[in-house]
Design a binder for this molecule. Sequence first.
Ligand SMILES: Nc1nc2c(c(=O)[nH]1)N[C@H]1C(S)=C(S)[C@@H](COP(=O)(O)O)O[C@H]1N2
Ligand SMILES: [Mo]
Length: 197
Amino acid sequence: MGIVSSGFLGRRKRDVPGLPPGQCLTDGFPVLSAGPTPRIDRSDWEFSFTAETGSSRHWDWNGFMALPQEDVIADLHCVTSWSKLGTRWRGVPVDELFDGLDTDAKFALFHSYGGYTTNLPLEDVVGGKAWIVHQFEGENLAPEHGGPVRLLVPHLYLWKSAKWVRGLELMAEDRPGFWESRGYHLHGDPWREERYG
Ligand SMILES: Nc1nc2c(c(=O)[nH]1)N[C@H]1C(S)=C(S)[C@@H](COP(=O)(O)O)O[C@H]1N2
Ligand SMILES: [Mo]
């Protein structure tokens, strides 16, 4: 008597460790941008952090590079269904931007050069879960992938990792960003397939 497991073929791909449901592996690094690539010189680049109280802090390139840096190995998961495992980045933990700041805010909105935005619960960007990165695989981050710096939030779908990031705004109430106001999920956990709605 033959025993046929109906899920056998499909299961092989899904059983790759680190690959969330509905995702396929890629060795390439697709570029997904909603508009043209902004070109920002490091000498012109500035990052602004505004708290829900209205108080703000700013970093220019040298100030940002003087913050503590970390090397990060991360798996990337795009909602369009590709995943890329084991990528290497270097940058500043988002936690460092909060140094000495006491906040009651529950949500964050990141702003990019070019106008892109993305919203996240604050608990998803602090506690060692998110970085503002300027190197990919040991090289300066290429403009099409978000250089000079992008946000990296690897535990959520990649649309949350805002390229060309230039600001962080803390909010008492949640406000949808670019893709979130066009039907993408407010949270975006790839392990729960929080893709849309
Ligand atoms: N500023 C900005 N950031 C962005 C985007 C964008 O269009 N503009 N696209 C998002 C989406 S949908 C994805 S999947 C990733 C793609 O990053 P990559 O082009 O480096 O692969 O960037 C995210 N960050
Ligand atoms: Mo995406």
